[in-house]
Design a binder for this molecule. Structure first.
Ligand SMILES: *Cc1c(COP(=O)(O)O)cnc(C)c1O
Length: 397
């Protein structure tokens, strides 16, 4: 989809901002390594471009949720180590090996099918074993880990490269959240100690997502798995404060901007009610601009009721009516000098104003992750800020 780019709406992906965030987080967690989580098409930013840029900027590994995501990134020539964040189904073990992934293993059946797939290909596959310390989504119970690690060791075609867990509330600010995270890290440490007592030492330990990496130094271990922070959003207000304390004056930069050109402009009298449902009367005579993005592009209808604004001419402007599938209407007020073709910013900066995914998330009662991954596949991604002379910005217009 989004082949033609004939549509005057697009998402700009600023790889310069991404490199800034990789550098900032890399310095923060050093000497732990930074691995870039590029699942879900790099949180909607474009998997291959982001994976390549993150590695160039210093990420030493990558992580994906799906084998297909890895295949797309490998096709773009990215050769960095890549962790598959869940255990592949038995019939997907071959594809995981083929994609050059480090599979996560958490069951004896997973160990057996991965060993078989590696044997069939005459290769040795590095694996990471996952412990469930309290997230309760994926992973082996702590008591079952020693047997699982022993099962891996018995397989000549598998090599135990890592042991990891995942934190459920590292972004949380309550005492209960903090106790829970501390408890998860304790359980993880106990598993590691138990393995060591039995002579097994996984070379790489990891536990932290962005929130853990920023707010929980004890969770950094050998590497951190950062997603959302690389894309320029803090996982929560509390984590944003932790980062401001740890790296004063060095904020994360949003990587994605959602932009469009005004498609049509009309002047309407006070009381006119644009769009489906005729839900909002114009408070006064106003210029109403039509913008060619809608809920099929990831601008949810719920934004209409939540005080959503867009930037046109460097100013915030409210919606004039309900979000539709392909278009929104914007109340630009009386006498606005707006013409078709003017730039509209739905996410990002224009002049001194900025709208962030976190602002949308607050209005929608969700998290920035869902906003960013919700930007639809029919919105072309325009990559800007590539490293290397001569290539410069890939413009639009
Ligand atoms: C998505 C994911 C991450 C990245 O989380 P962020 O909060 O975006 O940094 C890390 N680890 C696992 C297991 C994940 O599923």
């Amino acid at each position: 989809m989004a082949e033609g780019r004939s549509r005057p709406a697009w998402a700009e992906v600023d790889l310069g901002a991404l490199r800034h965030n990789v550098g900032l987080l890399g310095r923060l967690v050093a000497p732990s390594a930074l691995w870039a989580v590029v699942k879900a098409d790099a949180y909607g930013h474009g998997g291959p471009a982001v994976a390549g840029a993150a590695v160039e900027a210093g990420a030493t590994g990558l992580a994906v949720a799906l084998i297909d995501e890895a295949v797309e990134i490998r096709r773009a020539g990215v050769t960095a180590p890549m962790l598959l964040l869940s255990e592949p189904a038995p019939d997907a073990a071959d594809a995981a090996v083929e994609a050059g992934l480090i599979p996560t293993l958490c069951t004896p059946a997973g160990v057996a099918s991965m060993a078989r797939a590696a044997r069939d290909r005459g290769t040795t596959v590095p694996v990471h074993v996952k412990v469930d310390t309290g997230m309760h989504r994926m992973g082996a119970e702590p008591g079952l880990v020693p047997a699982l690690v022993a099962a891996v060791a018995e397989q000549p075609t598998l090599r135990l490269d890592g042991l990891w867990t995942h934190l459920a509330v590292a972004d949380g600010g309550t005492a209960e959240d903090r106790d829970f995270t501390a408890g998860q890290l304790d359980r993880f440490d106990q598993v590691v100690a138990g393995l060591a007592a039995a002579g097994a030492r996984p070379p790489v330990l990891h536990a932290a997502n962005s929130a853990g990496a920023i707010a929980w130094p004890a969770a950094r271990y050998d590497l951190v798995r950062c997603g959302i922070a690389l894309y320029g959003a803090a996982p929560s207000a509390g984590v944003a404060e932790s980062l401001a304390r740890a790296a004063p004056g060095e904020g994360l930069r949003p990587v994605l901007s959602l932009k469009a050109h005004v498609a049509a402009v009309r002047e309407l009298p006070a009381g006119a009610r644009p769009s489906y449902g005729r839900l909002r009367p114009l408070p006064e005579r106003a210029v109403v601009a039509t913008i060619p993005v809608g809920y099929a592009d990831g601008v949810p209808r719920a934004l209409f009721a939540s005080g959503f604004e867009v930037l046109i001419g460097g100013r915030r402007r409210p919606l004039a009516g309900m979000v539709t599938m392909d278009q929104i209407v914007v109340d630009c007020g009386p006498g606005a000098t707006i013409v078709p073709g003017d730039e509209v910013v739905l996410l990002g900066r224009q002049g001194t104003e900025e709208i962030t995914a976190t602002e949308w998330a607050r209005q929608l009662g969700t998290i920035s992750y869902e906003v960013l991954t919700g930007i639809g596949p029919r919105v072309p991604r325009i990559v800007t800020g590539q490293a290397g002379a001569g290539r410069g910005r890939t413009g639009r217009r």
